[in-house]
Design a protein around this ligand. Structure first.
Ligand code: ATP
Ligand code: MG
Length: 349
């Protein structure tokens, strides 16, 4: 027989200020009202988890059976997701029935919000479980975070963009506010050069994780020095807070987690595309990147994985993602050849 504890949720306390994101929070709440499954996607460290946790906190009163966060980053085995959820919900079952069956029965008449955090590496297993459970649980809502959608019918996907980056001399942008708040938490009263702060935030594409890691370097460096050293962003942005698996300890491990989840031809394409420094289309990509090793170009797969940004028929990468690809291209020994191909393509009529 299943039993539960009497807790009404397990939302982790937020230990730092949340900057901006009002529009996203409102939109997520609306989507949750409309769909049983909402997935926040976006590049490494863009703030998906932060938004999901804040949403759960905001919506506590709307769910009589609580709001529950199930963090999956340390789970290696897709077959165990049901157990992970059951453990968080305090559900104990001693029977031979499958975990999804037990969960479906338990959730059938519950009114709760479940945050499935970090589904990236278990997308198919999460989808299979939710496909089984959600149709039988009309009052359950799932808010998933993942660098790619789960691919379930009825899923509402909300891509989370980086924070607004400043134009020249603009000190009101959210990215600048985040850098400034983290800087002052570290060194109260520190005077910051606004031009250099804006430059750092722009170079870091407005990615909150990268901005937080950069602000930590203020212990030893000035903002100008940080800006100057950002052409080696992966060398500079190390030493963040610990999360399970240490994914957010450095910018390299955060982006590397996406890289590990890519198939071989997606990694190769990511590396080769790093020679474009702005928008390109599928024809450009084919002309520069295709060869016997890479025949079909998985551009849409890279969009799905939050590696490429698509707008109409054009694509581009954030600088952080491009730099990672460039490092990989160098390691593959292909950098010179690809730079040549890109240059020759630019010259072609
Ligand atoms: N709007 C924000 N205001 C303040 N801090 C933020 C904001 N968004 C994100 N952060 C901080 O940036 C870091 C990365 O955010 P978060 O963990 O939510 O990213 P993520 O998109 O879930 O990354 P991953 O894809 O690796 O799971 C965290 O330390 C988080 O607190
Ligand atoms: Mg996350």
């Amino acid at each position: 027989m299943a039993e539960t504890r009497t807790r009404r949720g397990n939302i982790p306390a937020e230990t730092s200020s949340l900057v901006g994101r009002q529009a996203e929070l409102d939109e997520i709440a609306v989507l949750i009202g409309r769909s049983p499954l909402v997935t926040l996607t976006g590049v490494a460290g863009v703030g998906k988890t932060r938004l999901a946790v804040r949403t759960a906190d905001r919506l506590q009163d709307s769910f009589a059976d609580g709001v529950w966060v199930v963090e999956l980053s340390a789970e290696q085995n897709g077959d165990l997701i049901g157990h992970d959820i059951a453990a968080v919900l305090g559900l104990r079952e001693q029977s031979v029935r499958s975990q999804s069956e037990v969960l479906a029965e338990f959730l059938a008449d519950r009114r709760l919000l479940m945050v499935l955090d970090t589904c990236d590496h278990l997308v198919d297993a999460c989808a299979a479980l939710l496909r089984r459970v959600l149709p039988e649980a009309p009052h359950v809502r799932v808010l998933a975070t993942s660098r790619q959608p789960l691919g379930l019918p009825g899923e509402r996907v909300l891509p989370i963009e980086p924070l607004e980056v400043p134009g020249a001399g603009d000190t009101g942008a959210d990215a600048v506010r985040l850098f400034t708040e983290r800087a002052h938490a570290l060194v109260p009263g520190l005077t910051l050069d606004p031009v250099a702060v804006a430059q750092v935030c722009g170079l870091l594409d407005g990615i909150p994780l990268a901005i937080e890691l950069a602000a930590r370097r203020l212990r030893a460096l000035s903002v100008q020095q940080i800006a100057e050293r950002l052409d080696d962003r992966f060398g500079l942005l190390v030493g963040g807070s610990r999360t399970p698996l240490g994914r957010h300890q450095t910018l390299r491990t955060a982006v590397g987690w996406s890289h590990e989840l890519c198939a071989a031809e997606e990694r190769l394409l990511w590396a080769r595309l790093s020679v474009f420094d702005g928008w390109f289309d599928a024809e450009d990509a084919r002309a520069v990147c295709a060869d016997g090793r890479l025949t079909g170009l998985p551009l849409l797969k890279l969009v799905d994985r939050s590696i490429l940004i698509a707008e109409g028929s054009r694509y581009r990468m954030l600088d952080t993602i491009r730099d990672y690809g460039r490092e990989w291209l160098r390691r593959l020994g292909e950098e010179d050849a690809l730079i040549r191909r890109h240059r020759d393509h630019g010259r072609s009529p």
